[in-house]
Design a protein around this ligand. Structure first.
Ligand SMILES: [Zn+2]
Length: 375
């Protein structure tokens, strides 16, 4: 499985200028190659010798590759538009879709493949142009202990250098071996929600709650309030900063919850984690009048994806089940009821906290719908 890590780089002022120049030259070269191709000049056989750019040949090579994949994607979208228009014409519709615009890279960045960069002694080494010649520079980086452990015997993929929040960041792709999936063990159902971000029910009878729905709700309201205040005073940049901060915070929370879930699953010898198919969680949320609009941005999708990859790294399979009636069906007698405020009580005598019921029914479910989200 390929994962990626963001690494902060600390270039000297001199190095920073070289890197920024390289990034600008990189996107200009890619954009140039793309527009050449579209205006009839094929780059199928283009080699680095044909590319006149002030870039090391390794990066020129990468530019050609990037341009090819951008063009391929562009042609695919154009073709789709043609098919769509053909079908519209066939059905007598006067409407036509317009062909997509040629994509242009705007934000400075550059890609360096794994043969051309090296991480060692808290530095990243890669080539840039220094007065017309390719030269490797060694840029200090700050690796966390976790990243040091990850990188110690990792197989690296492509490195991408970008500017994030005004600082240079290296995004490093690395390959992780996936363990074989466990064949024996317990089953765990996970119910994702807003009040309780996640609840797990394991077939050994254990239950666990994750995250703090009330705190998240408060935080979202707070961010929404800040946004509104800034929007009325037309501070667009500040609004964007607030949005980014909120996204980062929520992402961190999802990382923590998914980490805790998989850790619990490992501790309880779980072989498969079951989740509800997501699209339906969303629509169910939308229908509920209690959940107000500001909460819909909560990303079930992302949380499920985090659970998915972390589970796979632990040798645990993930299955999605049909979410119909998981919060209503009695797991003992099968009849349907709505839970009252906190408790779910069935006339057969079964009763349980309403937030646990969903996870229990998901754990029990035989209505398998897939190993991937369709949302
Ligand atoms: Zn019952």
């Amino acid at each position: 499985m390929q994962l990626s890590e963001n690494v902060k780089v600390y270039p000297t002022e001199y190095q920073k200028n070289l890197i920024k120049k390289t990034m600008t030259e990189y996107i200009n070269t890619v954009n140039g190659l793309v527009s050449d191709t579209v205006s009839g000049h094929s780059i199928a056989k283009t080699t680095t010798a044909d590319v006149s750019a002030d870039l090391p040949s390794a990066l020129k090579n990468q530019c050609i590759r990037d341009a090819r994949s951008i063009v391929k994607k562009h042609y695919k979208y154009c073709h789709k538009a043609v098919l769509k228009n053909r079908s519209l014409a066939k059905h007598g519709s006067p409407v036509r879709v317009t062909a997509p615009n040629l994509p242009t890279l705007r934000k400075p960045c550059c890609y360096i493949n794994n043969q051309n960069y090296k991480i060692k002694d808290n530095c990243i080494e890669f080539p840039v142009m220094v007065s017309g010649r390719s030269k490797r520079i060694s840029v200090p980086v700050k690796l966390t202990e976790r990243q040091k452990a990850l990188f110690s015997d990792a197989k690296f993929g492509t490195m991408r250098i970008v500017i994030k929040n005004h600082v240079l960041v290296a995004q490093i792709v690395y390959e992780v071996a996936e363990p074989e999936l466990k064949s024996d063990g317990n089953v765990m159902g996970i119910d994702l929600g807003i009040k309780c971000p996640a609840v797990s029910y394991c077939s050994d009878g254990s239950v666990k709650f994750y995250g703090n729905g009330r705190k998240n709700k408060y935080m979202r309201r707070h961010y929404a309030y800040l946004r509104k205040k800034l929007q009325t005073s037309k501070k667009i940049k500040a609004v964007k900063r607030i949005n980014d901060k909120e996204q980062r915070t929520m992402r961190d929370i999802d990382h923590k919850i998914s980490h805790d879930i998989v850790k619990t699953a490992v501790a309880h010898n779980v072989k498969v984690i079951k989740l509800e198919q997501l699209q339906n969680i969303r629509s169910a949320t939308r229908k509920s009048r209690k959940n107000n609009h500001s909460l819909h941005t909560w990303s079930f999708y992302r949380l499920a994806q985090f659970i998915e990859y972390k589970a796979r790294l632990a040798g645990i399979a993930v299955e999605y089940v049909n979410p119909a009636h998981t919060s209503q069906r009695c797991p003992v007698c099968g009849s349907m009821h709505h839970a009252d405020d906190r408790n779910y009580t069935c006339e057969c005598g079964f009763h349980i906290h309403r937030d646990i019921l969903g996870a229990m029914n998901i754990e029990n479910s035989t209505e398998f719908v897939g190993n991937r989200q369709t949302a």
